[in-house]
Design a protein around this ligand. Sequence first.
Ligand code: ZLV
Ligand code: CA
Ligand code: ZN
Length: 397
Amino acid sequence: EYGMEKPQGYSVSFHYNPHVEYHHFGSSHPMKPWRLTLTKQLVLAYGLEYCMELYEPRPATFDELAIFHDREYLSFLSNVTPQNAKPDDNAYLAFGFGGDSNDCPVFDGLWNYVSIYSGASMNAAYNLLNKQSDVAINWSGGLHHAKKNLASGFCYINDIVLAIQLLLTQHQRVLYIDIDVHHGDGVEAAFESTDRVFTLSYHKFGIDRNGYPFFPGTGNINEMGPTDPANRGKGHSLNIPIDDGIDDDQYKWLFKTVTGAVIDKYNPTAIVLQSGADSLGGDRLGRFNLNIKAHGFCIETVKNYGRPLLLIGGGGYTPRNVARTWCHETAVCVGAELHNNLPTHIPYIQAFQGAENGGGILYPDLHNTKRHDNLNTDAKLNKLVAQAMENLRYIEG
Ligand code: ZLV
Ligand code: CA
Ligand code: ZN
């Protein structure tokens, strides 16, 4: 009908509930759900909706979220409002709200927001289970820091853990890969006692000049999950700590080498890929120097292994570049190449125009926006890979 057909036998689905866009963490908070509006506009402007199946998932229910989260935590989360919140309350602080940084504020519609992004990840996982899709995408998810009874680092509900739990109903081994600039600690912790999930996170790790560790402060190379040999989860986490300013070629080599080794050794039957866009150059919170196509290389590399793939969002604090990246990666999934000149007749085009916003093109050089010197020498990265390979000996048969 539209003169385009999806390739026979290969199907990509896009799971998106637009109500997620209308939530605000507060004007000075770096997490902007509005970046999802920009992403959707680019995806539509390039006509990518004709290359995949679109779904508008319902919000997840309390009982569905309770598959992972504690009911006491969910009760608190579903009832708290900016009006009734008591920031000095023990429960409030114990569940990760408030505090000095206020990373996890209570805002209007919070429960609605978390139910929507979680519902989309669960809907995407069901599509993989039903074999309705080979790749299922939810750019609104990927909130990897949330624990079963704790909000952390802008994350309240861990949609990734919920989706992996669904995949485990049919898959013996699920590989979780996380290219957000932050350590995927919540997902790692949730599955620390099983050998049916292997978690692999690439992230900035280290102490800053001000003496504070880069958030969340975990994920060094020697952290491989539980150390007790009786624990089945032993050795089923791999962390790749990276320093400021890593460039495209270094990251692509690191990702291809380590991810390839993990897939060969672990042989997962499904893969979940968290594609946080805060690992791009010029991100407001990130420290890396990646361009959009280097970030997308990771998605392409994983997709080419041909396993059922759940692709989810995550961090990303320079909204125009988050939208560019996730639009590009949607195209990578459907096998389309996109024109570098952005279509001009789209809403919010101003967000992409002007030299400071990337000059109206899809692939601006983000290296030009670099604020971080590259502290990663090839020698250090070689040593890191050697240590990663050594760690992987734990999962050899
Ligand atoms: O992208 O920045 O560093 C998934 C994700 O991975 C901290 N929080 C906490 C621990 C003590 N600090 C506070 C430091 C604040 C520095 C200024 C902000 C300004 C306003 C609001 C929040 C931040 C902020 N918070 C920057 N980095 C943090 C991290 C949390 C990072 C979460 C990453 C989430 C979506
Ligand atoms: Ca990561
Ligand atoms: Zn992040």
